[in-house]
Design a binder for this molecule. Structure first.
Ligand code: AHM
Ligand code: MG
Length: 333
């Protein structure tokens, strides 16, 4: 395999950034290592004997899979020692992870979902890791929850690893979106999808229709119009997909466009939504916007939301710009 490795890409990108110290590049390298290890653990499947569920529930009240815990540990042990981080927070842990005192502290905060879509893991369907990097507030070396409470616009970098038919890493540092594919023989990610962009129009949507009876009127209207196809007000047929792995869903949209949503519904009103702003909605919204798409709750831009708690949930509507804007307009109507 020849071409640009992810390390070379990151170093060259950072050379163009004013005042880059190399710290960020090293942090990204550790993330790459963590994702390679997780990819291996996921790929071994049943061979490791770790495909089952645990007795425990995570802070979201969801039953944890063995691999949720294993991949969380992999992510932490790959990053905690490096000295580039002031703090870490995970979807799988109630409180931010306290970096052990024996390690130095750095200026970045990382939030991550180590194994998104983990309900798919024992049926051998794609899963992923999502991460979001923020700067720790000036002078903060031992961050508290409030130090993580920054809107998505403050993200320095967002990315995901997709463990699918091939393993890919897709990331943005605010200069577009680039995708890398893991070459297992070499052990490196190579740039295979430079400058990923989402077409503004689409005729494909993704939503869990088993929740349809709980949806709000604007979402009902949007999906109903899509389903009417050529004969309806949209004047064309729509296709539908639902993987139940947000990473796979967003990746498909980056490749061929589409609209993804986990909207607010009467069942989710109390929780505020299904997906978590800090671990899922913000990083994916940054990626989607950087690729020319749009991301909204239906009522506001996700990246503008001032979060108020670590595990806060939000409605998510993202993907091809014109479709997201249409659904936002339905919310306003
Ligand atoms: P998880 O982080 O516990 O895996 O949950 C998030 C996942 C998303 O990847 C996906 O879009 C959604 O949950 C699927 O939900 P559902 O099972 O309702 O279809
Ligand atoms: Mg998740």
């Amino acid at each position: 395999m020849t071409g640009i490795t992810i390390t070379q890409f990151i170093i060259e990108e950072q050379r163009q950034a004013k005042g880059a110290t190399g710290e960020f590049t090293l942090l990204l390298n550790d993330i790459v290592t963590a994702c390679k290890k997780i990819s291996l653990a996921v790929n071994k499947g049943a061979l490791l004997g770790t495909m089952g569920s645990l007795e425990s529930e995570n802070v979201q009240g969801e039953v944890q899979k063995q691999l949720d815990v294993i991949t969380n540990d992999i992510f932490i042990s790959s990053l905690e020692w490096s000295g580039h981080l002031a703090g870490m927070a995970s979807e799988e842990m109630e409180e931010p992870y306290e970096i052990p005192a024996r390690y130095p502290r750095g200026k970045y905060l990382i939030l991550f979902d180590p194994l998104d879509g983990s309900s798919n893991v024992n049926v051998n369907i794609s899963v992923g890791t999502i991460f979001s990097i923020l700067r720790a507030p000036e002078g903060v070396t031992h961050p508290k929850v409030e130090d993580f409470m920054q809107p998505g616009t403050q993200q320095v970098c967002a990315g995901y690893a997709l463990y699918g038919s091939s393993t890919m890493l897709v990331l943005t540092t605010g200069r577009g979106v680039n995708g890398f594919t893991l070459d297992r023989e070499v052990g490196e990610f190579y740039l295979t999808h430079p400058n990923m962009t989402i077409p503004a129009d689409t005729h494909e949507f993704a939503v869990n229709t088993s929740n349809q009876r709980h949806w709000e009127a604007p979402v009902q209207r949007y999906v109903e119009e899509c389903l009417k196809g050529k004969e309806g007000p949209r004047g064309r047929d729509f296709n539908m997909r639902w993987v139940a792995s947000m990473v796979a869903e967003v990746h498909r949209i980056l490749i061929r466009g589409g609209l993804f949503m986990y909207p607010l519904d009467s069942n989710l009103k109390e929780k505020g939504g299904k997906l978590r702003i800090m671990y899922e909605a913000n990083p994916m919204s940054m990626i989607v916007e950087q690729a020319g798409g749009a991301s909204s709750t239906g009522r506001e831009r996700i990246l503008d939301i001032q979060p108020s708690s670590l595990h806060q949930r939000v409605p998510v509507i993202l993907g091809s710009r014109n479709e997201v804007e249409r659904l936002v307009a339905y919310h306003k109507a």
